[in-house]
Ligand binder design. Structure first.
Ligand code: NAD
Ligand code: DAU
Length: 378
């Protein structure tokens, strides 16, 4: 079947994995990557597929309604997978306006452009899909009722085999009330509400998914794992916020992309699906895994980089624990991640060490200013 699909934010971390998967797996689909190429967008993430005949890149801003309408019309788009966003919590604390603009107004302009075009067609919304990628952060934060960790009651194949902990008895369900705390999560929550409103008001076939923390190749080194790998390589301090006790649920990015593929094709309209690996880690524990893996792969003696750990001022409003319950997706659509955590983290660290040119290109100039501004007074 032929389809014309816009993927927004396809030059970013997760978007580039989604674009790659769709371009390679569906030669009959025309995949149109719409990305503004902000600091986080990088066409080098897609060098391996850029010349494929079913792929087009378009540099455009999702906030530009006229341009979005023109693109959707011109390419007769029948599916939109929307990932473009400002994605880093620390930046949202310094500059909330940009987050409201891109995440809220950008999503709204894309929704409205799709509505105008699809409603102008004889078949209207039939065969159309607007799929919005959201985050577990919209649900707020969970308590750390088991600070030492108990055996997790649930697993996926992504769960760690060595470290199988849950740090509380509660998990985020698709029905959990929204309770965002950071400007980032408030902007994502708002965009999720707009997407659902377009279904409820106009009948647009929408889907929303909320995923936990992703890790893997091509992640911008403002995020914990690539930032720490890069700092270890340069023998720079590793800035651990607060006591390092915050808990995140980590999923390998390709498994998120596989879930997006499955849900785009088989998910039910107007539904929400949570995506996560049942793979909870305290920051300090995952940091130790990263340090151990980098040291081993660089041939350093065990414990060589432990001295770089530096406790710094906590993130304002730092959410304590995120833990996604993804059993609905497992049961209803049969999703299972492909990689166990130990395999995923090994692949990830290896990728960053093998692709130092990719990292060096990003971490010069503007990034140095960002780093100073974010970390010098912590
Ligand atoms: P990212 O910051 O790596 O990439 C974002 C991309 O969006 C970049 O390519 C950027 O150029 C583009 N973009 C930004 N503003 C734009 C605009 N106005 N118009 C067009 N393009 C624009 O982000 P990511 O980590 O890949 O996250 C992608 C999506 O997934 C986001 O919506 C994010 O909220 C969501 N998400 C991320 C995670 C995670 O762990 N990274 C987890 C769950 C959900
Ligand atoms: O949960 C999904 C979310 O995961 C996504 O919606 C966001 O787009 C994505 O950025 C990510 O948000 P986090 O804030 O959890 O990711 P980050 O990598 O910034 O931080 C992970 C944890 O590590 C968090 O508790 C803060 C801590 N941290 C982070 C950095 C950058 C540190 O201790 N030191 C650091 O330097």
């Amino acid at each position: 079947m032929k389809r014309n699909i816009i993927i927004t934010g396809g030059a970013g971390f997760i978007g580039s994995h989604v674009v790659r998967l769709f371009v390679n797996k569906y030669p009959d689909y025309h995949i149109i990557n719409v990305d503004k190429l902000t600091y986080a967008g990088n066409l080098a993430n897609l060098a391996d597929i850029e010349n494929k005949p079913n792929y087009t890149f378009i540099k455009a801003d999702i906030c530009d309604f006229d341009r979005m309408l023109e693109l959707i019309r011109q390419h007769n788009v029948d599916g939109i997978i929307h990932l473009a966003a400002e994605s880093h919590v620390d930046r949202s604390i310094k500059d909330p306006f940009t987050f409201a603009k891109t995440n809220v107004m950008g999503t709204l302009s894309l929704l409205q452009a799709a509505k105008v075009h699809w409603e102008s067609l004889p078949e209207k919304y039939e065969g159309k899909r607007f799929y919005h990628i959201s985050t577990d952060e919209v649900y707020g934060a969970l308590e750390l009722t088991n600070p030492e960790g108990i055996e997790s009651p649930f697993t996926t194949t992504a769960s760690s085999k060595e470290h199988h902990h849950a740090y509380g008895s509660e998990f985020f369900l698709e029905t959990t009330k929204y309770n965002p705390h950071s400007p980032y999560s408030a902007s994502k929550a708002s965009s999720d509400h707009f997407v659902r409103a377009y279904h409820d008001t106009y009948g647009m076939p929408t889907i929303v998914t909320n995923c936990s923390n992703n890790y893997g190749p091509y992640q911008f080194p403002e995020k914990l794992i690539p930032l720490f790998i890069n700092n270890i390589r340069h023998r720079k301090p590793l800035p651990v916020y607060g006591k390092g006790e915050n808990v995140r649920d980590w999923l390998y990015v390709v498994d998120h992309a596989r879930a997006i593929d499955l849900i785009f094709h088989k998910g039910n309209v107007a539904e929400t699906y949570n995506i996560g690996g049942f793979n909870e880690w305290k920051n300090i524990d995952i940091i130790k895994v990263v340090i151990r893996t980098v040291d081993r792969l660089l041939g350093n003696p065990e414990g060589h980089s432990d001295e770089l750990i530096t406790y710094v001022t906590d993130r304002a409003g730092h959410d304590l624990r995120y833990a996604i319950d993804s059993r609905k997706l497992q049961k209803e659509l049969g999703w299972e991640p492909s990689l166990q955590f130990e395999e995923g983290i090994e692949k990830t660290v290896r990728w960053y060490l093998d692709n130092q040119a990719w990292m060096d290109n990003i971490t010069s100039g503007e990034y140095e200013r960002y780093y100073d501004d974010m970390y010098k007074n912590r």
